[in-house]
Ligand binder design. Sequence first.
Ligand code: AMP
Length: 289
Amino acid sequence: MNRPAAPRLITGIAELREAVRAARRQGKRIGLVPTMGALHAGHVSLVAASCRECQFTIVTIFVNPLQFAPHEDFNKYPRTLEADLKMLAGEPVDVVFAPDRAEDIVNSSQATFVEVRGAAEPLEGKSRPSHFRGVATIVLKLFNLAEPDVAYFGEKDFQQAAVIQQMVRDLNLDIEIRVMPIVRESDGLAMSSRNRYLDPEARKQALSLNRSLARAAELVAAGERHADKIVAAMRAVFATSPDVQLDYLVLVDPETFAPVTRIERPTLAAVAAKVGSTRLIDNRMLEPG
Ligand code: AMP
């Protein structure tokens, strides 16, 4: 099959719809990878999966204002379109949709929002109350614009993927959701667009997130089943990172996000913390033998 040498950069909605219609007419399976840009190898792994599994891949780059609270980093969030296009050069992406007028996607006259209950309420939902409403609303818009057969998300944002899956079920969207593993730096730090905010000392202390998760996995592998003991050992890992301020560190059921007391089945260890002024999240599935 003919694959494009370089993606077509589309900045307007009408042009995107036309490209989608043409791909549909050709019977192509459409894969969508929604991102906020500042792309790294984690994003590229989702793009590569789409290019493998679909005949037409659309990557969207849009810093979604609705998912940031007023005190968060919307204004300083990295916007690096040129570098992003270079990051994608190794993959046969068909379209990069990077709207040049944010108001085409979100504007003050918008009065309709998607609110997912249940999975969206604890953890990130509690720490960032309007976050998932902003995510779900914009992801649904992107689904309506790109009409994908498949959409790709990362386990890095485990709860976000669960919220999207809930929305897809509840609203009868005919879209397959694929959730891909976390891509990490060689020292274990989960890749994130926000890692570029970290100075060298903060970057070092940020390793505590993954180390605490690795410690949990180690304990479970050694037969520990008590959640409180595992959580205590995870917390101890942060003792040597004075600039890390934990937001939450929990062991939860990966479907309901309810806390667990014993690890009898696959359990999600999830952690969120501020490293200096940068908020990072990470997670790992704990699998009792
Ligand atoms: P973002 O640009 O941060 O909104 O992320 C776009 C998509 O990339 C989301 O589905 C994320 O879960 C996914 N993603 C972000 N970081 C990683 C990573 N380190 N590994 C795999 N997927 C990731």
